[in-house]
Ligand binder design. Sequence first.
Ligand SMILES: *[C@@H]1O[C@H](CO)[C@@H](O)[C@H](O)[C@H]1NC(C)=O
Ligand SMILES: *[C@@H]1O[C@H](CO)[C@@H](O)[C@H](O)[C@H]1NC(C)=O
Length: 432
Amino acid sequence: MHSFSQLFFLVTLLTTLATAAPHQKKNLAKRSFHVPLSVRNEKFERNGAAAMARAMGKYNMGPYARNRNGVPDMVTGAMTVSEDIQRPNMTINAAGGGDGKTQAVPANQGAEFLSAVMIGGQMMTMDFDTGSSDLWVFSSEQPKQQTNQHTVYTPTKSQSFNRMQGASWKIAYGDGSGAQGFVGTDEVNIGGATVTNQAVEVATSVAASFTKDTMNGGLVGLAFSNLNTVKPNPQKTFFDNAMDNLDMPVFAANLKNDNTGTYQFGNVDSSQFQGDLAFTDVDSSSGFWQIKSTKFAVNGKVTQNPKAAPAIADTGTSLLLVDDNVASAYYGNVKGAKVNNQAGGFTYPCNADLPDFSVAMGDDYMATVPGDQITFAQVDRNTCFGGVQSNMGAGIQIYGDTMFKTQYIVFNGQNKSLGMAPKVGQPPAMKV
Ligand SMILES: *[C@@H]1O[C@H](CO)[C@@H](O)[C@H](O)[C@H]1NC(C)=O
Ligand SMILES: *[C@@H]1O[C@H](CO)[C@@H](O)[C@H](O)[C@H]1NC(C)=O
């Protein structure tokens, strides 16, 4: 069924790798480069509850929020949605009710975009994640049952790998999943540009949720380096290392609905978006690409939301997670919408008429997701799971792929800003 896109991916991949010879010059000439095609992982059925759980786990929120003892308030099975939150004009489903299928909640199922990365001459397919800062890979150092069906990086087969003595890394998610291992440096080549001494975090153990995701060979973290988990000395991200040698200190995420997409480093492609990019300041103190988002709109009708939590731009999250009052306000306009505990979030009849939804990104720009692009997954024959969901009071809004698919987003690492514009084919930018 997806043979064309897969073939195209393969051809493009081979072309990239052919031009990306491992023994190229050690110094990067000032340049820009394209990662020609990222492909959405289609091996997994889209699963709203799983996508929700994955985000909640990543950010230790919702049922995974840490209680005072630092222990996740984890509830096994379906998500619990607090019922004392005001959800105006909505039906709230009692726990255990609902019309969705009961879903197990593995942490790592859901749509993601993967791209080709060469490490020490070995090709890996990896997830570019602007919501984390570690570059870690599946490796030959893990137990075989974890790496079944995965492409692994074998440090001993790399001429350029150097072990970093005493260094280790560990990422623990609130849902109990995580990954850990040792660290070395190697040549990392993305789209033809090489960083010679990139810290590569070699997994010795990963949680089952990662193992199940057989197409994913690891993560390329593109948040700020202060979130890097390497001990004793945190390491720089690929982008931080490459930035000074790029034409422009930027990378751009251009994720598309049709399962294709592009990351571009060092330049922007103005043929891909409408008008000029609108830039807004990023607060990087949290380590994330964090911006203000104190307005939202439903069908163009703007609501001021001065107490809104800050928002982060995260390509590694499938959904658009907004403050609970925002999600409730949106679904208050969708006939039949409700919090469906079994499905793990807001659902509605698939034939519902969905209004457009816009979120502010900084003071002067609003990103619009048209109504017909809101749905993330179908839960059963008549029930759909929204790509817009509540952050369950987490204190941070997470703008993931539901938003990215409609917007061209530029990450500027030098002046720490985000540049945004609607993609070609999307509704024009809202005047605010
Ligand atoms: C950051 O740099 C971009 C150019 O890449 C520029 O257009 C933008 O105005 C700058 N933004 C800020 C907040 O300084
Ligand atoms: C809910 O209904 C009340 C009264 O019918 C209305 O004033 C309010 O604006 C509605 N809220 C939302 C979020 O639609």
